[in-house]
Design a protein around this ligand. Structure first.
Ligand code: GLN
Ligand code: ZN
Length: 757
């Protein structure tokens, strides 16, 4: 039996990747130094892999995003970027002023760049997979080229199509949806894939990542995929990797004319059940994804070993692997100290997972030490950890009415308006304001003990005073406190909640050079004391305008953290929701009239297949409703961004908030048009009127145009006016004029539609 690993975090042990990238962008190092540094990282990756596993890929050190690499490989470069001038164009596409759209990779928190296919002309434009393969080959590594398979590539891309809606620009980017389009684009792209594979024919085999085979698929799609693999297999041996879910059609998948088939055997039990029920072809290699690439726990190796023994009886050969890319977990546990007792010995990050693969293989072969390790890991896995009976009892005794607000929306909104007295088209922001160098410095000083708690508190108060004054001057209607005390919207709450640990070095790439440290939910979750009340009430004390309390929602806290696996996910969500509900009540008690509960990760937690959506959304909606069970007079807002909401509006509606703000600017009107098809939308809604991810200052006219577009599909009385996300990454010089223009645009429109009496 062989071991295969893939997706090792390219970040490096000390975030070298991030440093190199940012130094290069800042001009601190030149291209030569940059490439040299990247080669060191490449060497490091191969070195890690080869210490522990038999097989591993090349081509995993993309300078920004692997989907972008695939697009460039295939010559998918939109015209607006001009002639491809090497790395400059590469980064223009990734992060220039007209960068590609960015969105979440399947149901993960990794963001990829959406290839924009402007024509059906593809070619092998720059053979990145071959370059990467040869780099390793020259250094004596037997790496396997890994590329994004054609079907997944097209599913991740958008194509230019004539718009059907008159109010939108003539041409619009959209996903490939029809059979005809999928057929046309596959036919157009696969000759280039053939050339690519032909160029890689000296490799032992090629790994093709095809996670889109886990989405809902029609049988005509399987026909196409089958045909494509039939042609591609003529050039080189292919192993297909699927992950994040079970394959959508087991029988069709195992019939694919390829050598090896990879399964995620962790995300649910369906793949395994199908292998048992339907059998596995005798002439194919089974790649068993048994080590979880998305969670941080040591595996119960005993259990995995039993599965391996069973699987070894079928197929041509068995390969054991990780269930999905390892870049969803931090590099190594070896750098952590200060974690709660009992936690460190339970953790396994990427490097440790490579070791687990090796242990599994040795144990499978009967190695005594490995077998002992397997036994002791199982013992540990079975010990209860982090239990708090009181929390469990509260969740167990929840009743249906705990998930419902007392008064329906139509009446609540009237009560709220009596108190808030907001104008038509009320203006607000999403919560955070610029996190300046000064703030970061103060935080570092405080964290390292150089600044006292009192001084830090005073410092934050000064920031709050400033931001309240700025908002009043600009004339916003609902104010925020600016979130200066928070580094990260999830980590902040994780640090305040019991049962949740935060790490010091557990960095994970979110996109580009952006990293975050997902907290680890290891035990029952509860709130020992108020978390946000001090800052928010201080801000409210400075103004007569309503001040919006800011919380991160239970679904987002859960989806952006690693979570325990010994109790069901929905129970963890309810535990967090109960803690947040206490916070909501404290805020109300302290006189806060508007509370926003952010749920940017609400959509991404959904399983890949629609048939599994209702059970996920059922508890996700309930968790949100549980924590937002405020007084009818309290206006509950929520915020979502970076997702494809169109298909889940039905579920979003059921969350029963009073106001939602959503991102729209980057996905160019798609969301707005989704409301055309939603009959009976009656909740208030703020569609982001400008893109905060860009430093550009929107003009009044541009903002008005977005508002006009919204008005065509939604009644004016429901509309709010706000940027599309928090402002923390922007500069004050950008924020102030942008918000001024936004408020002006709202006022102008207000006067047009409701003439002053
Ligand atoms: N309230 C948060 C902020 O403004 C929301 C961030 C987000 O949606 N990702 O920063
Ligand atoms: Zn947002």
């Amino acid at each position: 039996m062989k071991t295969l690993a893939f997706g090792l975090p390219k970040l490096g042990e000390r975030r070298e990747f991030k440093v190199l990238l940012e130094d290069f962008w800042k001009g601190k190092i030149d291209e030569r130094e940059f490439l040299l540094g990247m080669n060191h990282l490449r060497d490091w990756m191969a070195n890690q892999y080869s210490q522990w596993v038999d097989l591993f890929p090349s081509g995993e050190l993309s300078y920004y995003d692997f989907t972008l690499d695939m697009a460039i490989t295939l010559g998918v470069i939109p015209k607006r970027f001009g002639d491809y001038a090497g790395i400059q164009t590469y980064f223009q596409m990734a992060r220039g002023s007209q960068a590609l759209e960015m969105t979440k990779y399947f149901n993960t928190n990794y963001h990829y760049l959406v290839p924009e296919i402007e024509s059906k002309e593809f070619k092998v434009f720059k053979n990145i997979p071959l370059e990467e393969y040869e780099y390793y080959k020259a250094r004596g590594y037997r790496a396997l080229p890994k590329i994004v398979a054609p079907y997944t590539f097209l599913k991740l891309s958008k194509v230019l199509k004539k718009s059907e809606l008159s109010e939108l620009p003539l041409y619009q980017l959209s996903k490939i949806e029809t059979q005809k389009d999928m057929e046309d684009y596959l036919n157009a792209v696969f000759p280039s894939y053939e050339k690519l594979l032909e160029s890689l024919k000296h490799a032992e085999l090629v790994l093709m990542e095809d996670p889109a085979l886990c989405l809902d698929m029609e049988s005509w799609e399987w026909d196409l995929v089958q045909e494509v693999y039939g042609c591609l297999s003529k050039h080189v041996d292919i192993w297909v990797l699927t992950y994040y879910d079970s394959v959508s059609d087991y029988k069709r998948f195992v019939e694919l004319p390829v050598k090896g088939l990879g399964f995620d055997l962790v995300s649910n039990t369906e793949n395994l059940e199908n292998i048992r029920k339907e059998g596995f072809p005798q002439d194919k290699i089974l790649i068993a994804g048994l080590i979880n690439g998305r969670n941080v726990w040591k595996a119960n190796l005993k259990e995995k070993l039993t599965i391996l023994e069973e699987l070894s009886k079928t197929g041509l050969e068995l390969v054991v692997s990780n269930s999905c890319p390892l870049f969803h977990v931090p590099v190594s546990t070896q750098f952590e100290d200060g974690l709660p007792e009992g936690l460190p010995e339970r953790l396994s990050f990427a490097k440790e997972k490579l070791q687990e693969l090796k242990t599994l293989k040795l144990a499978f072969e009967g190695d005594k030490t490995a077998l002992e390790e397997v036994e002791s890991q199982q013992k540990l896995a079975l010990q209860p950890f982090g239990v708090k009976e009181e929390v469990r009892r509260r969740v167990a005794t929840l009743r249906e009415e705990d998930f419902k607000r007392e008064v329906p929306y139509s009446e609540r909104i009237k009560l709220q308006q009596e108190i808030l007295n907001l104008p038509t088209l009320p203006t607000t922001t999403i919560g955070s304001f610029p996190q300046t160098e000064e703030i970061r410095k103060a935080r570092t000083a405080f964290n390292s003990g150089k600044m006292s708690a009192e001084d830090y508190e005073e410092f934050i108060k000064r920031q709050i005073e400033h931001v309240v004054k700025v908002q009043e001057e600009i004339g916003l209607d609902v104010l925020v406190h600016g979130e200066f005390e928070r580094t990260d919207m999830v980590e902040f709450f994780a640090q305040k909640l019991e049962g949740v640990a935060t790490t010091k070095h557990g960095w994970v790439l979110s996109y580009g050079s952006r990293v975050y440290r997902p907290p680890i939910i290891y035990g029952d979750v509860y709130r020992p004391e108020p978390m946000t009340v001090a800052e928010i009430t201080y801000a409210q004390s400075l103004t007569d305008k309503p001040l919006k309390g800011m919380l991160t929602g239970p679904v987002t806290i859960l989806n952006w953290s690693y979570y325990r696996e010994d109790i069901p996910k929905h129970e963890i969500a309810y535990q967090i929701a109960l803690a947040l509900l206490e916070e909501v009540k404290d805020l109300e008690e302290a006189g806060i009239k508007v509370i926003q509960i952010d749920e940017p990760a609400f959509r991404e937690g959904a399983p890949l297949k629609r048939r599994d959506w209702s059970s996920y959304f059922n508890w996700a909606i309930k968790a949100f409703r549980l924590c937002s069970r405020a007084r009818p007079q309290t206006q509950i807002h929520t915020h979502m961004c970076y997702s494809e909401f169109n298909e889940v509006l039905e579920y979003i509606y059921q969350m029963d908030f009073d106001v939602i703000s959503i991102e729209a600017s980057r996905s160019k009107g798609e969301i707005i048009s989704a409301f055309e098809h939603f009959s009976g939308w009656d909740k208030q809604i703020g569609i982001g009127v400008y893109d905060i991810h860009s430093p550009a200052i929107p003009t009044k006219e541009q903002i008005k145009e977005v508002l006009e577009r919204c008005r065509k599909v939604l009644p004016l009385e429901l509309l709010w006016v706000n940027p599309d996300c928090g402002l923390k990454t922007r500069k004050w010089e950008e924020v102030i004029p942008s918000l001024k223009n936004m408020v002006e645009a709202a006022k102008n429109l207000r006067e047009e539609v409701v003439p002053a009496s």
